[in-house]
Design a protein around this ligand. Structure first.
Ligand code: 5GP
Ligand code: MN
Length: 331
């Protein structure tokens, strides 16, 4: 289906239907929370009945976007939804194993910006050129000349800020900046958001970062580090405290690729990847292992513990890099 037709269909559905379930991914980041809450407030203001499905809780740093009591859906409830809208999810697995409730929902809309998106919806608004899912949502609202409130703008700008790394990653361009300007004109406060997101770290999360920094190593062009369950216990930290660690590791000079492993359950590890080279697509690498993401930032999960998996992952990456002949030009 052509993009303009998809946009129009989604617009019509939003106006005609009443009962919506909004869904985002596990271990949600700023774009996941910004897009789900921004869309939630927008639909609520339109008088719709809206529920949120969140596989994991809203991390502390994004709690400033919770402006009111939220209607949260749990599987034990029997609610008839007209539509489920997935936000920032490259594939269905991103929400975890529990997805039985989807069977009863007649229409699935998939709004996302990952190039590895599997087009799992009945309608797929997927734009891999967009910096963030919130950029897609903002432009959708602007296209239909919707008045978006300060609450909605604040949520949407948060996704733009976090997915562009404060407007410094390569997905920052005239479109993302123009969208940000319009959101600011609609009441979003850029310095307030940055302060909330980046300057309220807990001691636990900084100690955890310290552990990851002390273990950082560089092999060829691959920088790698990990944290263990024991590290998390010692520092009294939670999974959400791992957010941003990989972005500090990437500041290492000479690192072209950055890998960070952390435990998501006793025998399951998350592998977070970043590429600083235009020649190496870590999204492709993650896809080989059942994950996905973008050229510059991607991830996947593996059975096992970080300390046992790390060298294996680095070897696999080095092999993958060799396949990229063009890397030689990048020296
Ligand atoms: P992060 O390392 O910040 O968790 O994720 C980086 C990027 O890769 C994000 O855009 C995220 O959505 C994507 N990503 C991370 N893990 C997975 C995964 O397991 N599957 C897929 N499809 N995408 C992932
Ligand atoms: Mn995103």
């Amino acid at each position: 289906m052509k993009k303009t037709k998809t946009l129009k269909s989604i617009w019509e559905i939003i106006n005609k239907k009443d009962n919506f379930l909004l869904i985002t991914h596990k271990n949600p980041d700023g774009d996941a929370i910004g897009s789900i809450l921004g869309f939630y407030y927008y639909l609520k203001e339109k008088g719709k009945n809206v529920y949120l499905y969140l596989p994991d809780n809203i991390p502390f740093v994004y709690q400033f976007l919770v402006f009111e009591e939220l209607q949260v859906f749990s599987e034990s409830r029997n609610i008839n939804f007209n539509v489920a809208i997935f936000l920032d999810c490259g594939d269905l697995e991103r929400i975890g194993e529990k997805n039985n409730f989807l069977k009863n929902i007649p229409l699935i809309i998939n709004i996302d910006h990952h190039p590895t998106n599997t087009f799992f919806g009945n309608l797929n608004l997927v734009n891999s050129k967009a910096s963030s899912t919130t950029e897609i949502l903002a432009n959708f609202f602007f296209r239909y000349k919707e008045n978006i409130t300060q609450k909605v703008s604040q949520c949407l700008l948060t996704g733009l800020i976090t997915d562009t790394g404060n407007f410094k990653f390569s997905n920052t361009n005239t479109n993302s900046l123009r969208t940000a300007i319009k959101l600011i004109e609609n009441g979003a406060d850029i310095s307030y958001i940055s302060q909330q997101v980046y300057e309220r770290k807990t001691l636990s999360s900084l100690y955890l970062l310290g552990k990851a920094l002390l273990r950082l190593k560089l092999k060829d062009k691959v920088a790698f580090s990990f944290i263990t369950i024991e590290d998390m216990e010692e520092t009294n930290s939670k999974i959400e405290d791992t957010e941003g660690i990989v972005d500090t590791l990437r500041t290492l000079k000479d690192a072209k690729i950055v890998v960070f492993l952390y435990p998501i359950s006793p025998f399951k590890t998350k592998i977070s990847l970043r590429s600083k080279s235009p020649y190496i697509d870590v999204g492709l690498f993650a896809k080989k292992f059942g994950g996905g993401g973008h050229k510059e930032a991607a991830g996947f999960e593996r059975e096992g513990e970080p300390q046992n998996l790390v060298l294996n992952v680095v070897e696999d990456l080095l092999e993958f890099i060799v396949e990229y002949e063009s890397l030689l030009i990048d020296k």
